[in-house]
Write a protein that binds this ligand. Structure first.
Ligand code: ZN
Length: 328
């Protein structure tokens, strides 16, 4: 993914003629999208009124999935390791309803096979919630020890555990589709828009043609969510009401301190869905190490991550899904 603007609110406010500390508090407040009275007296910390039981998520199992994914090594498109990870994901979805979207791309580096994998868990309500993660690592880093434990690994593992939680139950709500999308990473570094996000761009075209896109009520993207020091951005391209709902879900579960202290604007796999009118949110922590120093480097390894972060994002995602189920 690509950063468009970073902490712009703080930079702007720091130029104003009052103390920067005050400005930082304003810019980094708990939930800039909510009125002041609401943030002084949070209105929804209590989930006793929530109709469903609190979401479950086995973080130790999810963490083990990350270790197994990175054990294959770098997984750029076109590689044997990439194929092994595709088969690894499918091996966890035996018996599930799985759609595959396989195609070939032509790039400046040559032709490559691309394969999106979608596991579908039906619900009683008309409509679909898509939860997505890319699983490839960067092609330009293919000859380095870069394994993307956080970037691509953590979120793909999180989806595998979400599948475990969704499997075997008839949902009282929307259908949930889990999407492991491919070829998110740019073919060149620095980031090059025309040669990135191949998987979702193809899928959006396909789902536009067959009418699926109109059925999607929300698109929730998970990216870099395993950092032990977890701070999910309020992402400025994302749909504001959906971001508010995620914050409300986090507050219900007591996890709000991990959400939205920073605002960033990031181009990620949610962009093609946003462009097709699908309410979308990018759950991403884009400060991975001080100044994001571990991002897209061989230092993106499992030791920087924590199962608790997976549990926080996993349960907040499931709580958000339950809230979407109730929405008019
Ligand atoms: Zn990346």
């Amino acid at each position: 993914m690509k950063i468009q603007r970073f902490a712009i609110a703080c930079l702007t406010l720091c130029l104003l003629p009052f103390s920067c500390t005050q400005a930082r508090e304003t810019a980094r407040g708990p939930n800039p999208g909510v009125a002041e009275s609401a943030s002084l007296a949070p209105s929804v910390p209590d989930r006793s009124a929530a109709p469903n039981s609190p979401p479950k998520f086995e973080s130790s199992r999810a963490f083990q999935y990350i270790k197994e994914i990175v054990a294959f090594g770098p997984r750029p498109i076109g590689s044997q390791n990439h194929k092994k990870v595709e088969e690894y994901i499918l091996s966890h979805l035996k018996g599930d309803s799985v759609e595959e979207d396989a195609f070939t791309i032509e790039t400046t580096e040559g032709k490559f096979p691309v394969r999106n994998l979608i596991a579908k868990f039906p619900g009683s309500r008309d409509g679909i919630i898509v939860i997505a993660s890319h699983y490839d690592t960067n092609y330009p880093l293919r000859d380095t020890p870069y394994v993307g434990a956080n970037d691509g690994g953590s979120s793909s593992a999180l989806l595998l555990e979400l599948a475990n939680q969704l499997r075997g139950k008839k949902r009282e709500g929307y259908s949930v589709w889990l999407l492991w999308d491919d070829a998110e990473e740019s073919m060149r570094l620095p980031w090059y828009d025309p040669e990135s996000l191949y998987g979702v761009r193809h899928l959006v075209q396909k789902w536009q043609a067959d009418g699926t896109i109109k059925q999607i009520k929300a698109f929730l993207l998970e990216d870099m969510i395993g950092d032990a020091d977890l701070h999910i951005e309020r992402e400025a391209n994302s749909t504001p009401w959906l971001e508010d709902m995620i914050y409300q879900a986090a507050t219900r579960l007591g996890y709000q301190s991990h959400f939205f202290a920073r605002t960033s604007q990031i181009e990620d796999d949610h962009m093609p869905f946003l462009e097709h009118g699908v309410p979308s949110a990018d759950l991403i922590d884009f400060e991975y190490g001080y100044n994001n120093v571990f991002w897209h480097t061989p230092q993106d390894t499992v030791d920087k991550l924590n199962p608790k972060s997976l549990e926080i994002v996993g349960t907040v995602t499931l709580e958000t899904v339950q809230m979407l189920d109730q929405k008019d």
